[in-house]
Design a protein around this ligand. Structure first.
Ligand SMILES: [Ca+2]
Ligand SMILES: [Ca+2]
Ligand SMILES: [Ca+2]
Ligand SMILES: [Ca+2]
Length: 539
């Protein structure tokens, strides 16, 4: 009975909002400003000869206030009366022949660039559009990335603040306080020499760590793809620059156990090791592996670990500033996934900074990007549940959003170089607390949820009210996603409601849509949100 009542409330709500949408005198599409703008404000250019008279007319007729006058360009910055909205005012002004032009007072956002003095040397960051991605997130300290390498100069001034710290361990007391099998392991472990100091003298691991997450915006040196993150230093390469499979496995198992969400493998060589692959397969982390520097086709001459077919592993080739495949870079149409900058990469080394080239330098750009995607999830750890992104989802996003590059066509699987900006944009729209995706997961609807995403991108994210709605949705959706995940009845109820929504969105996208149709679709979503919220409160 209560169920029925809630359903009725939900339907009435939806109908009420539809009515409201129909009553609203929606402006014509051409008049409707896209993007975000200051509410109640316009920039207007009256015909020069009529400026004073026209301004006076509008002040009297519409209670408009002139805030500022830019006389050199003849433009006035005006404030509308409290009852008039920007689209409505635009319509009136644009029909007035005494006005040259009128436009919303748009908001602009600075693309985040860090204050690190040597930032300009990092061509790779620009290439992968990291500065634009940084408008969304610059990382956070919940993202843990294991650098399995020659160690990390963890005392480096541009790394120190971003080193992982084992919070369960009391330093220097000779006791394995957190009982993880390692005594006084604070920033990681040295598996090459079996001690608690994974310091790097070689420089390779330090350089890799710096590209992933040198401290950003600290007025020192450079920045990593992540400004903030936690680097877990796991050394297994010894002073003679070799590391064994056994020690690599130990490092991976340590990282698995201690919560690394991403593991960077900028090394390779040796044959196929089932044990090493098993250690990777046993992990929920994203593995990023360098494709190797022999200039070889890995499809013909296999390279490991980059060549393992694990779903949570991504293999990375290196490109230069002109997006050419680096001469040294291995490639492979089936065995190498993406490319990233790997020529003359500037990053911390012991005692300062230096340039290095290699697929070893390309992989950490991808690890950093994986970190940004994880950070954008609010630092949630990765799990295989669809409500939270799985490692394979992170990899799929990175692969789906590459910039296609001629030199990579037919040489690596995606034929492209990573694009951090596009990846974050895409990640924003996938899974992770989206109750619609959660409900559709595992059903025939799953592949069609994409239609709703297209609808959202085309009709909602392109205007102020739509954006506000999307934001609202992503604020209230995660708890609902959680409920839906645990309640199969609700999951099915949501799926049934999704059918017409997806259908309508598809029609809107295919045929173009009447504003009422759009309103109906998006308000249906709102109706479901309310319906499910009420339902949840009853549980
Ligand atoms: Ca310990
Ligand atoms: Ca201890
Ligand atoms: Ca050591
Ligand atoms: Ca820095």
């Amino acid at each position: 009975m209560r169920k029925m009542a809630v359903l009725v409330v939900g339907i009435v709500f939806m109908m009420a909002t539809v009515t409201w949408a129909n009553n609203t005198d929606a402006p014509e599409k051409t008049d409707f400003p896209t993007g975000e703008y200051a509410p109640g404000e316009l920039l207007v250019k009256y015909k020069p000869a009529l400026r004073t008279a026209a301004a006076l007319f509008y002040e009297k007729q519409y209670n408009i206030l002139t805030i500022d006058s830019f006389n050199t360009i003849g433009v006035d910055h005006i404030k509308l009366s409290g009852t008039m909205a920007v689209p409505e005012a635009l319509k009136i002004f644009r029909n007035d022949p005494n006005i040259d032009y009128v436009e919303p007072n748009y908001y602009h956002y600075a693309t985040a660039t860090p204050n690190d003095p040597l930032f300009s040397q990092l061509w790779g960051m620009q290439k992968i559009r990291a500065p634009e991605a940084w408008d969304t997130t610059t990382g956070n300290l919940a993202v843990v990335i294991a650098v399995i390498d020659s160690g990390v100069r963890w005392s480096h001034p541009d790394l120190r603040a971003n080193m992982w710290k084992n919070s369960g361990e009391i330093p220097g007391n000779g006791i394995d306080d957190d009982m993880n099998g390692f005594v006084d392991d604070i920033v990681g472990w040295d598996f090459a020499y079996n001690d608690n100091n994974p310091n790097d003298d070689n420089g390779h691991g330090t350089h890799v760590a710096g590209t992933i997450a040198a401290v950003g915006n600290n007025s020192v040196g450079v920045t990593g793809v992540l400004w903030n993150a936690k680097i877990m230093a796991l050394r297994f390469i010894d002073d003679s620059r070799f590391g064994t499979t056994a020690n690599a496995i130990k490092a991976i198992l340590y990282a698995n156990r201690n919560g690394a969400q991403i593991q960077n493998l900028s090394w390779g060589g040796g044959g196929y090791s089932q044990a090493l692959k098993d250690a990777i397969d046993a992990s929920s982390a994203v593995f990023v592996a360098a494709s190797g520097n022999g200039g070889d086709n890995n499809d013909i001459t296999p390279h490991y670990p980059s060549g393992y077919t694990s779903s949570n592993l991504i293999a990375v080739a290196a490109t230069g500033p002109n997006d050419n495949l680096a001469s040294f870079s291995n490639f492979g149409l089936t065995s190498v996934d993406v490319a990233a900058p790997g020529v003359n990469i500037y990053s911390p080394i012991p005692g300062g900074y230096g340039n290095k080239s290699g697929t070893s330098m390309a992989a950490p750009h991808v690890s950093g990007l994986a970190g940004l995607i994880v950070a954008n999830r609010g630092g949630l750890s990765i799990s295989s549940e669809n409500t939270i992104m799985a490692a394979s989802d992170v990899i799929q996003i990175i692969k789906d959003t590459v910039d296609p590059v001629a030199s990579l066509t037919g040489r690596i699987a995606t034929g492209g170089r990573i694009n951090a900006f596009e990846a974050l944009k895409s990640a924003d729209s996938k899974g992770g607390g989206c109750f619609i995706a959660t409900a559709a997961f595992g059903s025939i609807l799953e592949p069609h949820v994409q239609i709703l995403r297209h609808f959202r991108d085309k009709y909602l994210k392109t205007n102020g009210p739509g954006k506000a709605f999307v934001k609202l949705y992503y604020t209230y959706s995660p708890p609902l996603a959680k409920v839906i995940k645990e309640n199969s009845g609700l999951r099915w109820a949501t799926r049934i409601t999704l059918f017409p929504m997806i259908g309508m969105s598809w029609m809107a996208l295919t045929f173009g849509a009447l504003s009422s149709m759009l309103a109906l679709s998006l308000l249906s979503i709102l109706g479901i949100v309310v319906f499910l919220k009420i339902r949840r409160d009853q549980l």
